[in-house]
Design a protein around this ligand. Structure first.
Ligand code: DI6
Ligand code: FE
Length: 398
């Protein structure tokens, strides 16, 4: 469908500070883009003859964006789930060689086809809730070939489903068994980044800055290499403890600092000054029974943009629902439903460095979600209910 006029809709444009609601709204679409958005009564005459679609009074929002996932991986971690319920902590399991490293073993053993096949049902669950853009990280390979295989598998998803995929290199996710962390960073992680970049597989670079993972000094070397390649960076920071990752991310003008439960007021100021988005991941907070919530009040006070994502991964967040992430963001972190919707649209786009989606405005991609709800707050309110009516990707329903 090349051109269309969607009318009889309520629009949450996400323009300005709130929902940017437009009553009796219309959207003119053409060439995969939004040509015009506003009240039907104000429709410019040049769009009046477009083929009309009556949206039945439904709510249209920008299609949600999942800006932090580990969607591609081998194996499962149901056994670890049982161990944690018996009292073992996430960090204890990781130190004993389980956790992330057990997924590394399963991922190394999986072919590219197998990685794609196992990721598709998880991707489909996200798309069923209207998601149009998904970020996918590597980080369960930890050697050159396995990291590249993960990234290739992630890119292939976009050839099998109508979705935009962005790939993030997360070689600094965990240290492989029996390897010195500094040696791993310099001899494997950074050379593998060069190889992945040379193959055109890297949109951004991430790391895990944590007591059970890498120090700020080690992450800084990965960030220096990224900067030299002209690649944007982001960071898993202050998830389980405070190690200085947020300040480091701000220093490198990172697109985002993610998790940030243990971030301080000073960290919030640094994020604001750098324009770095705080990506909140309530699925991991919930799964790990964490008790320290991110400093939402400080983020609000400093004007830090807050995004929300699934963190879909087999260990700390086996979550494939952005709607549930929105509900958890409100219930566990006390976000408002408005902040939650901004978190999966305009701020999620910013966390990926994208300026062509996340709002309903002329010139942006016509990636839309049409919902069977009257009010946008309903999207964050329910638990386990999917009110999606229709998903549009680049101006076509799909
Ligand atoms: N933090 C996370 O939430 C994921 N990675 C990370 O650094 C979890 C990874 C896993 O447990 O497999
Ligand atoms: Fe993560």
């Amino acid at each position: 469908m090349d051109q269309a006029l969607l009318c009889n809709a309520r629009l949450a444009t996400m323009a300005g500070p709130g929902y940017g609601l437009v009553e009796r709204g219309a959207l003119a679409l053409g060439g995969g883009r939004i040509l015009w958005a506003g009240p039907l009564d104000d429709l410019p005459p040049e769009h009046a003859a477009l083929p009309r679609h009556d949206m039945g009074g439904r709510l249209i929002t920008p299609a949600p964006i999942d800006c932090h996932t580990h969607l591609v991986h081998g194996g499962d971690r149901a056994r670890e789930f049982e161990l944690r319920l018996q009292g073992a902590s996430y960090a204890e399991i990781a130190r004993a060689g389980g956790g992330i490293l057990s997924t590394v073993a399963a991922t190394r053993a999986a072919s590219e086809d197998a990685l794609v096949a196992s990721a598709l049902p998880r991707l489909d669950a996200l798309l069923a809730e209207g998601v149009a853009t998904v970020e996918v990280k590597s980080g369960y390979g930890l050697d050159r070939e396995s990291e590249l295989r993960m990234l290739r598998a992630a890119r292939r998803l976009a050839t099998l489903r109508p979705v935009r995929i962005l790939t993030t290199y997360l070689g600094a996710h965990a240290c492989p068994p029996d390897t010195d962390a500094d040696v791993y960073i310099d001899a494997t992680c950074i050379p593998s980044l060069h190889a992945a970049h040379a193959e055109g597989l890297v949109d951004a670079v991430d790391g895990f800055c944590e007591g059970i993972a890498f120090t700020p000094a080690q992450i800084a070397r990965v960030f220096d290499a990224s900067r030299a390649l002209g690649l944007p960076v982001k960071l898993h920071a202050e998830q389980l403890t405070h190690t200085g990752g947020t300040a480091l991310a701000a220093r490198y003008n990172a697109l985002s600092a993610d998790h940030v439960e243990y971030a301080t007021d000073e960290d919030a100021r640094a994020l604001a000054a750098a324009g770095t988005v705080a990506v909140l991941l309530p699925g991991a907070f919930y799964t790990l029974h964490e008790t320290q919530a991110p400093p939402i009040a400080a983020f609000r006070a400093q004007g830090v943009a807050m995004a929300l994502a699934s963190d879909c991964n087999p260990g700390s967040s086996p979550l494939t629902s952005l709607l549930l992430a929105m509900n958890m963001g409100c219930t566990l972190f006390r976000l408002t439903p408005e902040e939650a919707l901004r978190g999966v649209t305009v701020h999620a786009a910013a966390a990926l460095g994208l300026t062509d989606c996340g709002r309903l405005a002329p010139g942006l991609r016509a990636d839309l979600a049409v919902w069977d709800v009257a009010n946008p707050a309903e999207l964050a309110w329910r638990i386990g209910f999917n009110p999606l009516h229709q998903r549009w990707l680049e101006g076509a329903p799909c």
